[in-house]
Design a protein around this ligand. Structure first.
Ligand code: PEP
Length: 247
C-alpha cells in the first residue's frame, strides 16, 4: 500500500532559534512514523534544517524553485542549488505564488520540469478560488492547472505529487469537507489515469486548514494520500498528531 505523505509548509515563518526548537520538538516525539514526512522551509534556512534533519526520517522540501536553469535571474534559486541541500521535494504553484507573484500555469509547469530534471519531486498545487467554486468552475480550474503540468512533463508525470488546495481554505480556518475534497481528488485521479499508466502511485495531498482535529476524516478518503499543512505545521504537537493520524 502507498504510504501517505504529510508535508509541512512553513511559509515565511521561522528564525534560527524557532526552527531549531520546532524541529527538535518534532524529532523528539516522532519515532518511526507510518507515513512519509517532509517540511518545506524558507530557503534561507535550508542549510540549517538540512543539518538538523540529517539522519532523521523527515525529508527537506523547498517552497518554490526557479523556472530558469541558472544565470542572470536575481533572487531566484535553481533546482540544482536546492539539490546541494539534499532537498527531496519542492512545492510549485502554491496559490500564494500564483496570486502574489503572477505565476501562470505554464510557469508552474516549467518549475515542475526543472525540479524533476534535478531529481526533486515537485509538489504541484492546484485549487480554485471561492468565486470559481461558487460559479461551479472548480473541476474546470483544477483540471486546467494540472493539464499544463501533464502536458509539459509527459511520462515523468508519474513522479510528481499533486496537492489540491482550495484557495478559500488556505489559512482561513475553513476546510473543504471530506466529501468536497474527495470529489475533487477523484477528478484529479481520473485526469492522471488518463495521462499515465502509473497514476495510482501518484500521491494526491489535500491542503487547506488541515489540523489535528479534522485530519482523520480527510485522510480517510480513498483518494487523499496525505496533507500539505501550513499553520498546524508550526506547532509540534499538532503536526505530530496529524502524522500519527496518517497511518
Ligand atoms: C498551505 O500553505 O499550503 C496551507 C494549506 O496552509 P494552511 O494549512 O494554513 O491553510
Amino acid at each position: 500500500m502507498k504510504k501517505k505523505l504529510i508535508a509541512g509548509n512553513w511559509k515565511m515563518n521561522g528564525s534560527l532559534a524557532a526552527n531549531e526548537r520546532l524541529l527538535r520538538a518534532i524529532l523528539a516525539e516522532l519515532g518511526q512514523p507510518a507515513c512519509q514526512v517532509a517540511v518545506a522551509v524558507p530557503s534561507a534556512y535550508l542549510a540549517q534544517c538540512q543539518a538538523l534533519l540529517a539522519g532523521s526520517v523527515i525529508d527537506l522540501a523547498a517552497q518554490d524553485v526557479s523556472a530558469q536553469e541558472g544565470g542572470a535571474f536575481t533572487g531566484e534559486i535553481s533546482a540544482v542549488m536546492l539539490k546541494d541541500f539534499a532537498v527531496r521535494y519542492a512545492i510549485v504553484g502554491h496559490s500564494e505564488r500564483r496570486q502574489y507573484h503572477g505565476e501562470s500555469d505554464e510557469t508552474v509547469a516549467l518549475k515542475a520540469q526543472r525540479a524533476l530534471s534535478s531529481g526533486i519531486t515537485p509538489i504541484v498545487c492546484v485549487g480554485e478560488t471561492l468565486a470559481e467554486r461558487e460559479a461551479g468552475r472548480t473541476d474546470e480550474v483544477v483540471k486546467r492547472q494540472l493539464a499544463a503540468v501533464i502536458h509539459a512533463n509527459g511520462h515523468c508525470v508519474s513522479e510528481i505529487v499533486v496537492a489540491y488546495e482550495p484557495v478559500w481554505a488556505i489559512g482561513t480556518g475553513k476546510t473543504a469537507s471530506p466529501e468536497q475534497a474527495q470529489q475533487v481528488h477523484a477528478v484529479l485521479r481520473a485526469q492522471l489515469k488518463a495521462a499515465s499508466s502509473s497514476a495510482d502511485r501518484i500521491k494526491l495531498l489535500y491542503g487547506g486548514s488541515m489540523n489535528a482535529t479534522n485530519a482523520a476524516s480527510l485522510l480517510a478518503q480513498p483518494d487523499i494520500d496525505g496533507g500539505l499543512i501550513g499553520g498546524a505545521a508550526l506547532k509540534a504537537p499538532d503536526f505530530l498528531t496529524i502524522i500519527a493520524t496518517a497511518a
